[in-house]
Write a protein that binds this ligand. Structure first.
Ligand SMILES: [Zn+2]
Length: 349
């Protein structure tokens, strides 16, 4: 969309609000980042005022993974189901979850995104006691480049995925803040060393693989995954690796045992508690059970453990398993959301 068209559309949304300036939103920028930048440009010291202008509620800042209401934001085309769906897929972590939603779950999610009233957070719960978390994450090198290029830093959607802990552009571990700050923050606000966390660069190989797989899912633009095909391809791969996989309906202890020997399990042990709980592999049988919901976090973690020779091969195989031939051409360019500035290859061995 041309910038002039963007500003004209945005201005139509701001006629009755006290928002003077609106930022352009980058391809890989979160809706929360757009709100934080709007707050900064407003010159207001009061985040509640910005929340009221954006959403009609005072506490709009606390939910950075999903905004309270997409149609209330001064963004074009968010007031139609198609537009709201597209914005959610491209500018929130929902881009990871949408492709794995069943048709009925998509219907519920789209209804929530098109509601003008502040909506409750969508439920991304995994089977069992695992809950994916979405702390604010950033890459210091991306922050420097964004400031040099745009004059401002922003939160990248691709960094916020629950399975992404490394920046594939710079091959360095992401920083994150473990708590919610209930404020409109930008990455430069949380660079404080005492508060930030990082897995360190020792986890680069698995971190790169998981981040690359996340890019592949984001790049699908919300296209529905063939869930049963994806599960059967994972089971086939396990058999090819010589891993006994007798039944997907009951828990198979040998699968757990095998998983604990993988690099993925070691990587998970270095992650925050909710992810390190997956290191024992007790969830794999459920993940392969066709009668159960296939969760994207579990599936990507399982896929990363299947002993691929390179990230490129893992990504191409994921496209084939999840979407068949429909998205095969995208296996070559999985980083369509990574940013328009990047010319570096996404996946490296
Ligand atoms: Zn980076």
């Amino acid at each position: 969309m041309h910038h002039a068209v963007w500003y004209k559309l945005c201005s139509q949304h701001t006629q009755n609000r006290s928002l003077t300036f609106l930022p352009w939103i980058e391809d890989d920028e979160t809706a929360y980042s757009f709100c934080s930048t709007t707050h900064r440009l407003s010159g207001s010291a009061n985040g509640e005022t910005t929340s009221l202008n954006l959403f009609g509620i005072r506490s709009g800042a606390w939910r950075h993974a999903q905004p309270h209401s997409l149609p209330r934001l001064p963004l074009p085309e968010t007031d139609t189901p198609e537009g709201a769906f597209r914005w959610a897929a491209r500018h929130t972590v929902a881009g990871l979850y949408i492709p794995f939603m069943t048709p009925s779950a998509r219907h519920v999610a789209t209804a929530a995104w098109t509601a003008r009233e502040p909506t409750r957070s969508l439920n991304y719960r995994m089977p069992g006691s695992f809950w994916p978390q979405h702390p604010l994450k950033w890459c210091p090198d991306c922050v420097s480049e964004d400031i040099a290029r745009l004059g401002r830093p922003y939160w990248h959607v691709s960094h916020q995925l629950p399975t992404t802990w490394l920046c594939v552009q710079h091959r360095r571990a992401l920083f994150w803040v473990p708590t919610r700050y209930m404020r409109w923050l930008l990455p430069t606000d949380v660079l404080c060393r005492a508060k930030r966390r990082s897995l360190g660069d020792d986890c680069a190989q698995l971190g790169n693989l998981l981040a690359s797989l996340g890019h592949v899912v984001l790049s699908s633009d919300g296209a529905a995954v063939d869930l049963s095909l994806a599960q059967s391809r994972a089971a086939e791969r396990l058999l090819k690796l010589g891993v006994r996989c007798l039944s997907s309906v009951v828990r198979d202890a040998s699968l757990d045992e095998w998983f604990r020997t993988t690099e993925t399990s070691k990587f998970l042990n270095a992650c925050p508690a909710w992810l390190s709980n997956l290191a024992q592999g007790t969830w794999i049988s459920q993940c392969l059970d066709p009668s159960r919901k296939l969760h994207p976090v579990l599936f990507l973690v399982l896929w990363s453990s299947l002993q691929w020779r390179s990230s490129e091969l893992a990504c191409a195989a994921l496209v084939d398993a999840a979407w068949g031939n429909r998205l095969a051409s995208r296996a070559q360019t999985p980083a369509i959301h990574a940013t328009t500035r990047s010319t570096r290859p996404l996946c490296t061995t």
